[in-house]
Every structure is written in C-alpha cells, then in structure tokens.
Design a protein around this ligand. Structure first.
Ligand SMILES: Nc1nc2c(ncn2[C@@H]2O[C@H](COP(=O)(O)OP(=O)(O)OP(=O)(O)O)[C@@H](O)[C@H]2O)c(=O)[nH]1
Length: 611
C-alpha cells in the first residue's frame, strides 16, 4: 500500500468506545453493531460476544475491554473501518474506561430511556469529554413501556451539557436505530490524523498472556507504521523485540501485513517476560525511535487489600505465577508475599474494590485452577505512633499495640448517591449508619436528588452498595472518590480459636461498634466452623480483654461410622464428597476452619438487626 492509499484508508477509520452506566445496554448494542456490519456470521453470533470471559457472561457485566475491527458500508457508498473498544460500566473499573478512551477519537454514550442519566453515566462521559472525544448520544431501550426518551434527551443536555437534539433513539434489543447510530459515528466522529511517515508511536492499552505466542499487546498506533520483522522498543521498560505478528481482532485474531497510524490491533513479539510489558507504555521503532513517549495512563491505586492463600501450601509458586499472569492485563492488581501464622505462605493483594476482588479470585480459581482461602478485605490505615513515626497498615493483624498508637487515620470517600426523591430518607439513614458525614443535597430536577456524604471507605467496601440497592428498590446509583485520610477512633479486634489467636481473623472496627460486631462475629464463626470431637471456645478480644465469647460443642457421637458402608462405590463417593468438602478448609492449629469463616467479618447488619 503506498502513502496515498494509506492516507485514503486513514480517512475511513473511526475509533470509538461505548460508555454507559452499568446495565444500560452497552454489550447488547455492541452485539447489534457486530451483526449490522456482518463482522460475525449469524451462526457465530453468540449473545454478548465482546464479553469473552465466561465470568463476564455469567455475571452479565463487562470487565475487560476488547477491541474489534468492523467494516461498515455507509449510505454514502463508502466502506468505513470501525474499531470498537468495549468498556466496563462498574464503578470499580473506571480505570479500564480511561484506558480504552485513550485509544479513541469518539464515544457513543448510551443512556437507558427508562432510567435516565445515572451516576456512572456522568463519571464515564466526563472521562470521555476530558479526553476531548466527540460524543454520539444514544437513548436506548425505547421499546420499554416505561421509556421516556424526550425526558432523557433533556436530561442529557441539562446534566451533561452536550447537544442531544440529534440523539439516536434506539433499542438494542429489537434492533431499532442501529443504522442511524452507525451513520452518526461516520459523520460525527473524526478520523484519526496521526502522521504516517513519522517514527512508530503506539500506545499499549491492554495485554494478555498466551502460552503459545507469549504476551499479546493491544495497541493503538498513533504515528507511523509497524509490520512483522520490525525491531521495536518498549519505551518505559527499555526492552527490544522483533515483531512476530500484527493483526486485528475481527473479533477472532486476523493477521495483517502492517498496522498504521489510526489502527487499533494486536502485536506479538515472543515477549516472555511479563514484567516487561506495562499497559500505558509506548511502543516505538528500535532503529528509528520517536523522541518522546506518549502520555501514559493515570496510575490506579488499590483501595482494598486481602490475603490470598493456597489451601494446599505446595501450590504457593503456582499462585504466584497465576497472579503474575493476571496482573499483565489487570494493571490495577497489586500483590506481595505475606505470611500468616494461621494460613502459612500466601500473598497480600490490592484491589480497586470488592467487585474487582471477587473477579480476581474467581479468575484464579477458574482459569488457573487454584483453590484459595481469602481473608476479609481491609483498607489501608495510616497509623501515627506515639514516637511520631507513621506506619501504613493494610492487614489488621499487623496493627501495632494500642499502647504504641497515637492516632489511626482511615481513608474517607466522597460518596454521591443519585436517587429519586422518595428514597432520600432510607439513603440518609444508611449513610448515617455507616458513619457517614452529611455534606450536601442537590435537587437535579423535580424528582431526583444527589445526596452527598463523606463516608469511611471501609464502610463503603463491605455491603454498602447492596444495601443501597435494596433500600431504594434498585433506583439509587452510586459513585465515589477517595478524598483524604481522617482520624477515627478505631480498635483492632482479635479472634481466638481454642485459646490461640488466629491472625487471619483479626479485624478493625470503630470503638463504638466493636462489642456489637465482636458478638456477631463469634456467633457467625460458631455457625460456620464444623464441630470437632472436642469443644472449641471462640473469643474476641481487644488487647488482653475478652469482649465476646461462645463455644462450639463437641460431637456427641462418631458420625464417621456412617461411611463404613458395604457398597464400595458408595463408599468411594462418600469419601470423595468428604474430600471435596474439605478442600476449602484450612487447619488452624487443631481446628479446621472453612473459607466462610474468614469472610464472617463482612456480614454485618443482618445479624445486628436480628438481635
Ligand atoms: N428492553 C430492552 N432491554 C435491553 C435493551 N438493550 C439491552 N437490554 C437489556 O438490558 C440488560 C443489560 O444489557 P447489557 O447489554 O448487558 O448492559 P451493559 O451496559 O453492557 O452492562 P455492563 O456490560 O455490565 O456494563 C440486559 O438484560 C439486556 O437484555 C433494549 O433496547 N431494550
């Protein structure tokens, strides 16, 4: 292809993302686009094709971003090359959103015609506006009887401040408005303009590890071109490789001769060392390098930490390898080795939020066959000691002795809850119960309010979101950002099983709630730890002072007798069942402790209320 042809091709490229609040229909809309552009044959069409991980399909949420190349035959008779980059909508994953937006010139903004603009719609669209992307508004789900497209159109104008007079009225479900949206993408989103003759400059916006090909980089070429055999350099890690293959996802990988400025595709170069590739890094030519790397991504910092331990201690190295591979396409995941007296060798891992934590744990179990014990999540505390020194504590068991502490500071977030008028009461009640400090309340229109509170992050990460949803019949939406550390009157509570302290069960609570919580937790532990042939006392203590206790009674008769059955098949089955049941248990001293026990600290309010 000569330069003139390349220039012509570049004019026909459109790079865009779809941004929306969770469940407003991004994935369904992406599926319709794939159909309309004949990218996938009907036979291959599987609902929500872009959500490639099983986990995503099961949970119905988009987590990893995916880029596909599509060809659209527009009404003007020309064929356009679309690169569609999917983005997640959940509050935990906004870092992924900013990654995909950096590879685009435009964004399709999807708003549910019945729900209207929600907290995450705003957060995500502002990321796009900050990046100077052209916005194509789409009002989706107009097939719903409760749809109010005109109200929502006005909302987009008032709340986001963009022109929505041309907003596409669509139904991804029944396939309405899809062509109009594709036409608007062609006309409203600008073609990329990167210099085709300049030295190669490409942004790594995602990467995955493939056993055969090594690291597969997802790149947006900003300037120049790249082809098989080129020597490339990763600028931040300062390593060089020879390109083995370039191509696009269509959505299956499709080999190409080259990628040029404006293209979004993949690149492999037999990169075996995962540490070398960093999302946000710039790829350039080793022989003719560009002077300055692209601006990387905003770094994301984990907010929640938990311990990950293999149930089988021999699997420690497998767990490390699995974490390294996951980290490759999950820039926000952090981990470091940790030892626990109770659990042995494992890792302390940092996550963006609870969903992120769940997803990582599930991926470790499914994709890497790990059997894990995870400890209750904790935030990071800044502890000022009496000698003036500061210590950062992300593991409750490492909290220094109370006598050595001057002050404990915990992270606070500014939480914005968008809710219909009628539910303001329950929302405020919930925020107060979670130690929230009221900031302000803004009426958005006649029926909706933004309620703003400063709340300790530790209260948000547990069950706040579930509670918010259930107390507002699902109408509230939440967005939050970390603001600062503030002093709180916090104490560490230790749990003793059979009189010995189990470090992995320690937790931090506000002094006013400590006793109540301790009581709840010992009862929960009693319910989840199986009886053994001796009595097991469970105690909760602050320092040397016991603040709650209960006992797990011993077995009365030998239930193992039950498996002495004559039928060998049946016996094998029973033993097998027993083995499986045992899997997610860890022997702590003389007591077998199941996974549930380590999460007991998370279940809070139901038990309080029951009392
Ligand atoms: N009635 C109706 N339902 C729709 C429409 N589009 C999507 N849905 C439904 O809305 C739900 C959410 O759709 P998704 O496409 O999974 O939403 P999403 O925004 O991709 O969600 P995340 O990927 O989790 O952020 C699904 O049950 C869809 O079937 C539509 O036009 N009309």
């Amino acid at each position: 292809m000569d330069l003139k042809q390349m220039k012509e091709r570049q004019k026909h490229i459109r790079n865009f993302s779809i941004v929306a609040h969770i469940d407003h229909g991004k994935s369904t809309l992406a599926d319709r686009i794939l159909e309309m552009t004949d990218t996938v044959s009907k036979r291959e069409m599987q609902d929500q094709l872009l959500d490639s991980m099983d986990l995503e399909r099961e949970r119905g949420i988009t987590i990893k971003l995916n880029a596909v190349e599509l060809h659209y035959h527009a009404k003007d008779g020309e064929t356009y090359i679309f690169h569609l980059i999917d983005t997640p909508g959940h509050v935990d994953f906004s870092y992924e959103v900013s990654r995909s937006l950096a590879a685009c010139e435009g964004a399709v903004l999807v708003v549910d015609a019945a729900q209207g603009v929600e907290a995450q719609t705003l957060a995500n669209v502002y990321l796009a506006i900050d990046d100077n992307l052209e916005i194509v508004p789409v009002i989706n789900k107009i097939d719903l009887p409760s749809a109010q497209p005109e109200v929502v159109r006005q909302e987009i104008e008032d709340m986001i401040g963009i022109d929505a007079s041309e907003a596409v009225l669509a139904s991804a479900k029944v396939g309405l408005g899809i062509e109009e949206m594709l036409e608007q993408i062609v006309y409203n989103i600008p073609a990329p303009t990167g210099d085709l003759n300049a030295p190669l400059k490409a942004l790594i916006f995602d990467s995955v590890y493939d056993d055969y090909r090594g690291v597969v980089l997802s790149i947006r070429v900003v300037e120049g071109t790249v082809k098989t055999g080129d020597r490339i350099r990763l600028m931040n890690s300062n390593t060089e490789y020879e390109v083995v293959e370039v191509g696009v996802n269509s959505p299956k990988p499709l080999k190409r001769d080259f990628l040029m400025a404006g293209d979004v595709g993949y690149l492999t170069a037999s990169i075996k060392d995962i540490q070398d590739t960093r999302v946000g890094d710039t790829v350039t030519s080793a022989t003719n390098p560009t002077a300055k790397p692209l601006e990387g991504y905003r770094e994301m910092h984990p907010m929640v930490y938990s311990g990950l331990y293999p149930t089988d201690n021999a699997k420690y190295n497998d767990l490390r390898e699995a974490l390294e591979k996951l980290q490759l396409n999950d820039a926000a995941l952090e981990f470091e080795p940790e030892t626990s007296q109770a659990l042995g060798f494992g890792f302390r891992a940092g996550f963006l939020g609870m969903l992120h934590m769940d997803v990582v744990q599930e991926r470790l179990e499914r994709e890497f066959n790990m059997d894990l014990i995870t400890t209750a999540p904790s935030v990071t505390y800044d502890v000022e000691l009496t000698d003036g020194a500061h210590r950062v504590v992300d593991n409750p068991s490492e909290m220094p002795e109370a006598s050595g502490i001057k002050e404990i500071n915990e992270p606070f977030v500014k939480a914005t809850v968008m809710v219909p008028n009628d539910y303001v009461g329950p929302v405020m009640e919930l925020c107060q119960r979670k130690r929230g400090i009221f900031v302000t309340m803004d009426y958005l229109d006649d029926y909706r309010v933004n309620v703003i509170y400063d709340i300790p992050l530790s209260e948000i990460i547990f069950d706040f979101f579930d509670r918010l949803k259930s107390s507002t019949k699902g109408y509230a939406s939440l967005d939050y950002e970390i603001i600062e550390n503030r002093p709180s009157d916090l104490v560490k509570i230790d749990i003793l099983l059979n009189s010995s302290k189990v470090d992995a069960l320690s937790f931090i609570a506000h002094r006013d709630f400590a006793q109540e919580r301790a009581r709840t937790i010992v009862v929960r532990l009693k319910n989840v730890i199986p009886r053994q042939n001796f009595e097991i006392p469970i105690q909760a203590a602050i320092g040397a002072k016991i603040i709650a206790r209960t006992n797990i009674k011993a077995y009365r008769k030998d239930v193992t007798a039950k498996i002495h059955t004559g039928d060998p098949d049946r016996r094998a089955k029973l033993l097998d069942k027993q083995k499986r049941g045992k899997k997610r248990m860890k022997s702590v001293g003389t007591v077998d402790v199941p996974q549930d026990a380590f999460m007991a600290v998370l279940k809070t309010d139901e038990e309080y209320n029951k009392k």
